[in-house]
Design a protein around this ligand. Structure first.
Ligand SMILES: NCc1[nH]cc(CCC(=O)O)c1CC(=O)O
Length: 332
C-alpha cells in the first residue's frame, strides 16, 4: 500500500467525507447483529428477571425467561448466546461437582435454548469460579491455584456442557493445557463438532468487577487472579498463548477485556488470521452506561462506536452485554 497521497489539492480527503452516501461507499468496516455474541446471566426459579445493580440494563434470568430472551435475540439477528450461571452458594463445594452436574443451571439453560431456538448457537463457560467457594477459576491447595487437577475438572465440565447441547465451549480459566485436554476429550466422546473458543489472552483486569457481582463471586473471591490471568503490561505473551491454543485445537480465540486491548486484537488477527473475538467486559459496559445515565456521553453512539472499533481492530465478532440494544440500534 502506498502511503504517499497526492499533494493538495489533488488529494482532498474531505471529498470522501462529504455526505453519508459517499461515506458509506468508502467505509472500510461494517457492524452487524451477526457479529455479536450476547452474554447472559442465569439464575434459579421461574418468571424471574432480577437487575444487576452494577450493570444497568442487565438482569439475571430464570431458565424459562432465558429461552424467551434467546427467541427475541435470534429474531434480531444475534447468532449466539453465552451463558453464565449465578449459582446458589449452597451448591458451591470444595470438589466443585456442581460444575459437571447435568442438571446444573448452565446445562438446563442450554437445553431450554436449544428446544426453543434450535438454530441459535449456545456458548458455555468453562471455569470453576461459579462453583468454588473461594471464587477462583481453579482448585486452591495451600493457597495455590493448582493447574493439572483443575484441568481434569474442566474437562468434566466441558463434556457435560457438550452433552447438554452446547455448540461452543469457552474456557475462561487460563489454566495451561486445558485446550488440548478438552479437544481430546470431546473427540473421544463423539463431540467432534463442538467448537472451542479459547479465552487465550485473558488479562487480570479491574474491569471484571461488575461481572463478579452478577455471578455472586465478588464477596467470595480470596486474593486475585494474577497467577493465571495475564499481566496487562504484556503483549508478546498474548501471541504465544494464541499460538499455543490454536496448536492444541482451539477453533477461535478471544482477547479479554476488549477496549483497552485493541492493540492485542489487531496483533492476533494479523499474526494468525484465525477467527478472533473480543469480550467487551462488564466494566466496559458499566462505564458507558454510567456516563450515559449521567448525561455525560450519548450512550447509543458510544455503544455503536465502541463495537465498530472492535471490527476495525480485526475482530470477527464481539461478546457484549449491549448485543440486543446494539442489534436494535442497527435496525434489526
Ligand atoms: N471465569 C471467570 C470469568 N468469565 C468471564 C468473566 C468476566 C466477564 C466480564 O467482566 O464481563 C470472568 C471473571 C473473572 O475472570 O474473574
Amino acid at each position: 500500500m502506498s502511503h504517499q497521497p497526492a499533494p493538495f489539492p489533488a488529494a482532498r480527503f474531505r471529498r470522501a467525507r462529504q455526505s453519508e452516501a459517499i461515506r458509506s461507499l468508502v467505509r472500510e468496516n461494517a457492524l452487524c447483529p451477526s457479529d455479536l455474541i450476547w452474554p447472559i446471566f442465569v439464575r434459579d426459579g421461574e418468571g424471574i428477571e432480577e437487575p444487576v445493580p452494577s450493570m444497568p440494563g442487565v438482569v439475571r434470568r430464570s431458565v424459562d425467561l432465558v429461552a424467551q430472551a434467546a427467541r427475541e435475540a435470534f429474531a434480531m439477528g444475534i447468532p449466539a448466546i453465552c451463558l453464565f450461571p449465578y449459582t446458589d452458594p449452597a451448591l458451591k463445594t470444595a470438589d466443585c461437582a456442581e460444575a459437571w452436574n447435568p442438571e446444573n443451571l448452565s446445562n438446563r439453560a442450554t437445553r431450554a435454548i436449544k428446544a426453543a431456538v434450535p438454530d441459535m448457537a449456545v456458548m458455555t463457560d468453562v471455569a470453576l469460579d461459579p462453583y468454588n467457594s473461594d471464587g477462583h477459576d481453579g482448585f486452591v491447595e495451600n493457597g495455590e491455584i493448582v493447574n493439572d487437577r483443575t484441568v481434569e475438572a474442566l474437562v468434566k465440565q466441558g463434556l457435560s456442557q457438550a452433552d447438554a447441547g452446547a455448540d461452543i465451549i469457552g474456557p475462561s480459566d487460563m489454566m495451561d493445557g486445558r485446550i488440548g485436554a478438552l479437544r481430546q476429550a470431546l473427540e473421544g466422546a463423539g463431540h467432534s463438532n463442538v467448537m472451542l473458543l479459547s479465552y487465550a489472552a485473558k488479562y487480570a483486569s479491574a474491569f471484571y468487577g461488575p461481572f463478579r457481582d452478577a455471578v455472586g463471586a465478588s464477596g467470595a473471591l480470596k486474593g486475585d487472579k494474577k497467577t493465571y490471568q495475564m499481566d496487562p503490561a504484556n503483549g508478546d505473551e498474548a501471541l504465544r498463548l494464541v499460538a499455543r491454543d490454536l496448536g492444541e485445537g482451539a477453533d477461535m480465540v478471544m482477547v479479554k477485556p476488549g477496549m483497552p486491548y485493541l492493540d492485542i486484537c489487531r496483533r492476533v488477527k494479523t499474526e494468525f488470521g484465525a477467527p478472533t473475538f473480543a469480550y467487551q467486559v462488564s466494566g466496559e459496559y458499566a462505564m458507558i452506561q454510567a456516563a450515559a445515565q449521567n448525561g455525560w456521553i450519548d450512550g447509543e453512539r458510544a455503544m455503536l462506536e465502541s463495537l465498530m472499533c472492535f471490527k476495525r481492530a480485526g475482530c470477527d465478532g464481539v461478546l457484549t452485554y449491549f448485543a440486543p440494544e446494539a442489534a436494535r440500534a442497527l435496525g434489526a
